[in-house]
Structure formats: C-alpha cells, structure tokens
Design a protein around this ligand. Structure first.
Ligand code: ARG
Length: 463
C-alpha cells in the first residue's frame, strides 16, 4: 500500500532503502509537543475564519490532546512508514477522530509546519540554555566572591606571568557567559516570527488569520515572505553559532580544570562526585566530566559547520536537504545543555588548594613587572629602561636560584645602585594583586565588588 498521506498518484510502495533514507521520525519525534501545539492553533484559526466548522475544530483539538497524552504516556506507536512527526500525529488523529482529521491540513503544508515546529523547538532550547547559563554564572560568581583574595598565578603562553586572584579568573568566565546569553537572546529575537500559513511556498487561497496563530504560539508576528519562511534555516544557524561559541568557552574552562587537577599542578580538587577511577590504576582520579565537556564542543561546532554546508547550495524554496537541519542541531543543543549542567556542578564541587596556588603565584619571577613599575614610579626611569634593568636582575636571581623577594639588597644594587630597601614591599604577591586596582584589574577589592555586582544582577533576573 502506498503512503496514505500523499499516495494518491503512487501505485506501489517505496524501496526499503528509500523509506530508510527518507524517514525522519527517529529524530523529529522530539518535535511532538511543538507539532501538536501548532496544529491546535491552526485548527482554532481555521474555525474562527469559517474555513472549517467549530465542531470539527473541537474534535481536532480534543483528538490532538489525546495524541499528546499517548506520546507522553509512552503508548504511541511511531511508524517509520509515516516518515515524520507531522504525518505520525495526523495519522493517529485520523484513527482517533475519523474524517474531521482530514480537514486539519487545510491551508498549510508540511513545509510551513516543520518550519514552525522547529522554530518553537529551538526557542524552547534557547530558553532552557538561558536559564542554565544564569545558574552557571551564579555558581561562578559565588565561588569568585569566596575567593576574591585567593592568590594564584596568572598565565600567558601557559608561563607564569603575574599573580592574579582565583576570583578574578572565575569572573572572566562570568563575562563570557554574559556575552553568550546576549548572542542567544539576539538569535531568539529574530527567530520569533511565525511561518505557519506560508503553506508549501506561495501562501494560500484560504482567508487565514496568520496573526492569530502567531499570537497563539507566542511569536512576535507572522513572517513576511512565504518563500523565505519555508526555506530559511538561519534561525538554527544563528542559534548554533551562539551554541558553538558558548561551548568553546566551556571547553576552555574544562581544559583548565583538567590542567589544574593534574597532580603536576594540583591547584584544584574535584570530589568523588565529579571524578572517575581507573580500572587498573587504583590511585587515579580522572576529571572525565571536564574532558567530556571539552570534547562535546566538537559536536556543537561540527553541527554549525554541517548545517552551513547543507544550506549553502539550496535554491528556494523547501528542499528535502533541509530535513538534515534537525538531528545535528538537536544533538548540539542537548550536548551544550548537558555540558552546562556538568560545568555548573564542577564549579560548585571544586576545592582550590589555596596554599599551592599561593606558592605557585610567587614562582617564575611573577612580580618582575612590579619591580619594573617601582623603578618607573620611584626612580622615574622610562619603562623600557626599567624593563631592561629588571631583566638583568631576574637573570641574577635565576643564576642564584632565588626568588626576586629573596635576593639581597646588594645584589639588586649591583645592577641599579639607586634601588633601596623599600623595593621589597612591591615584590610580594599580595602587594602585586592588591595594587592592580585599575578598572577591570585583579585587586581583591575589585573582584569582591564585581562578584557582588554580578550576584545582584543575577538575583534580580536582569541580563
Ligand atoms: N520531515 C520533513 C522535514 O523535516 C518535513 C517537511 C517535508 N516536506 C516535504 N515537502 N516533503 O523537513
């Protein structure tokens, strides 16, 4: 038997492999809630416009509720022969309510239907990710507040650069997450137009009310061009771009967690809740969750690339290629959501070894810049000369195997006779971070104020 939905002109069934490559139900079943909601809105609109009867619309509405309940109750039988979620739902509706079901597809097509369903799905995913990003920011800001004065080394080139505070480092990720939220919010704004009623590609001859369905589905307005509405997937691409950047940020932090929990570094400990053991090496405590967050960014970034490639050669309007928009995007958005949950969990779980961090902050001549700044401030040297003198002092310290602060005054004076005892005040890591009070700098006072500002903003729900 040929397909009951479109089989009128077909005499026989598709080849098995045709059915297999064509069916999307295995992944687009995740659109069931959106599909039912959009169909209910469509049916009500058709009735209000006098295109179908109020009784038919009523039956359709109740029937769709029953379909939804079956799907959520796990009793719905999805059929690959019915290709996708749209035809699975409609076919079951017909089995439940009979001929009225056949009127639901008036003045619409699967093309505007899938575009509407997927916009709703992506919008829900954005809302979920937004609230997870807020939770992640809150965990970071709370930890930052607790560690506003915890000193650790800051790095460039992964070489010890200057002392910073752990809180400052964490707040860097709060800022990134804030921009991530901005990108998702921006994508959501442009996404929030309703394609329903664009029909196959050209609109419809029925007197539909597109503003009504748009409103019912909480879109800001209907889309303006039917060809664009059924064939644009840039709402997915924008969301995936935001997701790719967000997961790149998570991956960078995950990489730091991997480095910092390594016994070679030992800045952080994760508890049993966020580590796994080895089946052969009993001493191991592996940061698998961080490694997997780092790895999952591959899927998310990959999904963006894959969909750009799918879309770039497509003439208007709908092409079946576009069915390939869903699997990667759904997978990517789930992966990001899971990564956010894992990162938030790890932030709340992590215990910094503050003594180790402090000791490491003083290594590698990390206060050399403070020494150079002292030469500029007190001896009025040009910074370039001060940099050179400091370089020579570092060389002396390195040879002697001593930190800058441990170098005797006569050794300093051998390089620059005008240096006095007072220089030692700036060579401590405490002084170093404490002095960096410039806007956006790492001084504990700055960090505390910044963390409080964020917690205040996050608490009030302001972006
Ligand atoms: N499953 C299809 C998709 O996801 C629905 C739209 C099918 N439209 C069509 N004309 N065959 O793209």
């Amino acid at each position: 038997m040929s397909n009951t939905m479109w089989g009128g002109r077909f005499a026989s069934e598709p080849a098995a492999v045709m059915a297999e490559i064509n069916a999307s139900i295995d992944f687009d079943r995740r659109l069931y809630r959106q599909d039912v909601a959009a169909s209910k809105a469509h049916a009500q609109m058709l009735a209000k416009q006098g295109i179908i009867s109020a009784e038919d619309a009523d039956q359709i509405g109740h029937g769709l509720d029953a379909v939804l309940a079956e799907i959520e109750g796990g009793t719905f039988e999805f059929s690959r022969a019915l290709e996708d979620i749209h035809m699975n739902v409609e076919s079951r509706l017909k089995a439940l309510i009979g001929s009225a079901a056949g009127r639901l597809h008036t003045a619409r097509s699967r093309n505007d239907q899938v575009a509407t369903d997927f916009r709703l799905y992506v919008r829900d995913a954005i809302d979920e990710i937004e609230s997870q990003l807020v939770g992640y920011q809150r965990a970071l800001a709370e930890t930052a507040l607790a560690h506003a004065g915890t000193i650790m080394p800051g790095f460039t080139h992964l070489q010890t650069a200057q002392p910073v505070t752990f809180g400052h480092h964490l707040l860097a990720y709060v800022e990134m997450a804030a921009r991530d939220r901005g990108r998702f919010a921006d994508a959501r704004k442009r996404l929030n137009e309703c394609p329903l009623g664009s029909a196959a590609l050209a609109g419809t001859s029925f007197p539909i009310d597109r503003a009504m369905t748009a409103r019912a589905l909480r879109f800001d307005r209907p889309t303006a061009n039917s060809l664009d509405a059924v064939s644009d997937r840039d709402f997915v691409l924008e969301t995936l771009s935001a997701a790719a950047i967000a997961s790149m940020h998570l991956s960078r932090f995950a990489e730091e967690i991997v480095i910092w929990t390594s016994p070679l570094v030992g800045f952080l400990k994760l508890s049993d809740a966020f580590t796994t053991g080895s089946s052969i090496m009993p001493q191991k405590r592996n940061p698998d969750a961080a490694e997997l967050v780092r790895a999952k960014s591959g899927r998310v970034i990959g999904a963006l690339g894959a969909l750009l490639i799918v879309m770039k050669g497509l003439p208007l309007a709908y092409q079946k290629d576009m069915q390939e928009d869903k699997e990667g995007a759904m997978d990517a958005l789930s992966a990001l959501s899971l990564s956010l949950a894992a990162m938030t969990g790890m932030v709340r779980d992590m215990t910094p070894d503050t003594a180790k961090m402090h000791a490491a902050a003083g290594q590698g001549f990390s206060t050399a810049t403070d020494l150079a700044d002292w030469l500029v401030r007190v001896l009025k040297m040009p910074f370039r000369d001060a940099h050179h003198v400091t370089g020579r002092i570092v060389q002396v310290a390195d040879k002697a195997g001593l930190d800058l602060a441990a170098l005797p005054l006569d050794a300093l004076q051998a390089v620059e006779p005008r240096i006095t005892e007072a220089v030692y005040q700036v060579l401590s890591v405490e002084n170093s971070v404490g002095s960096r009070k410039s806007l956006g700098g790492t001084a504990p006072g700055n960090v505390e104020a910044q963390a409080k500002l964020w917690l205040d903003r996050l608490g009030s729900g302001r972006p």
